[in-house]
Design a binder for this molecule. Structure first.
Ligand code: TRP
Length: 331
């Protein structure tokens, strides 16, 4: 029996951090064999806010290598760059014509980003979720693994697919968001009530996957704690303690009970080096593999090209169905 297909997209903006890894990528790797996975590096989404061209190129390349280094296997995943598959933008255009303005105007992420961009807000930022719907629907996936913050975009995608199917006949599979339960939500190192985020201005709020051991030790040394002795999970008054224990649990591979027992009597001075070592040990093999991959750009480009071809083969078929259904004359 064919495995269910998944698709997800990742923006090549900012560096990947421990929150991305423990909250998302690690789960994708653990479950990759159960699905036929498509992971798309969405460079065309990244340009909806200003990007430096050289940096965009570098981040796209680096993200591709980092995903492989984290353990996504090309046996189970097609890992590709959005702009290498022109079907995305073409289908997005078709979708802009069937998406009511007010559906797009309701998007929370748009409203938030518009606040920041002010007068510079582009039309692209507004139509961002429509391009996202095209990313997804081209591959006819059953599931879209995303974070909670993407729920509304996936709902919009489903609405667009239904509307298209109603008007032009059944072309698209209606996908489902695959949102994993809480637990692996990693918080900022400087504020245990806020998510670890690429866009936090402080570097000390997060650990990048490519941080060297010294930097990791320094960041953990400086991270926010409290003045209570003994470290415990699940105390609403101690968000930092909960977060740091969670990171320790996920990087050490120990159970929650084991970690709770081990750290119940510890002070921060004893716990912090332990945590830093555990993070360093988790990231070391990823960094090693990343360096190996990065030292062979030709090999990396070859993989990128092969994967883009695989993605194009699937995407082109769906796009052709959509063109036919809407009444475009074949060339
Ligand atoms: N909007 C998503 C985010 O910010 C990124 C994204 C683009 C995406 N296209 C997608 C996610 C398709 C899932 C499926 O995280």
């Amino acid at each position: 029996m064919a495995k269910p297909r998944t698709l997800s997209g990742i923006q090549p903006s900012g560096e990947l951090h421990l929150g991305n890894y423990l909250g998302a990528i690690k789960n994708w790797v653990a479950e990759q064999e159960r699905y036929e996975n498509f992971f798309c590096i969405v460079d065309q989404h990244a340009i909806t806010v200003p990007q430096d061209p050289e940096l965009l190129r570098e981040r796209t390349r680096s993200l591709f290598a980092l995903y492989l280094a984290c353990g996504l296997s090309l046996e189970h995943c097609v890992l590709f760059v959005q702009s290498h598959v022109p079907a995305h933008t073409e289908l997005a255009w078709l979708f802009t014509t069937i998406t009511p303005m007010n559906w797009a105007e309701r998007m929370i992420q748009y409203k938030e980003k518009k606040e920041k961009q002010g007068e510079e807000t582009s039309v692209g930022l507004f139509s961002y979720p429509i391009l996202q719907a095209a990313d997804i629907l081209l591959y006819q996936p059953k599931y879209v693994p995303v974070g909670e913050d993407q729920r509304q975009h996936i709902e919009l995608c489903r609405d667009i697919a239904r509307r298209f199917n109603d008007r032009f006949g059944e072309v698209f599979v209606i996908p489902e968001a695959l949102i994993r339960p809480q637990g692996a939500r990693i918080m900022s190192l400087t504020d245990g009530t806020r998510k670890m985020s690429k866009s936090d201005p402080s570097d000390f709020s997060r650990i990048h996957l490519l941080d060297d051991p010294d930097t990791i030790r320094k960041k953990i040394q400086k991270c926010k704690t409290d003045s209570i002795r003994g470290i415990a999970f699940d105390d609403p008054a101690r968000p930092e303690a909960h977060n740091l224990l969670t990171i320790y649990m996920l990087t050490s591979g120990k159970s929650k009970e084991e970690v709770a027992a081990e750290c119940a009597e510890m002070g921060w001075g004893q716990f912090k080096p332990l945590l830093a070592d555990s993070i360093i040990a988790t990231l070391e093999p990823i960094q090693k593999r990343y360096r190996e991959l990065s030292s062979d750009p030709d090999y990396l480009h070859g993989l990128m090209r092969e994967n883009a071809a695989k993605a194009r083969a699937v995407a082109e078929q769906t796009l052709q169905k959509a063109r036919d259904a809407m009444g475009f004359l074949p060339p």
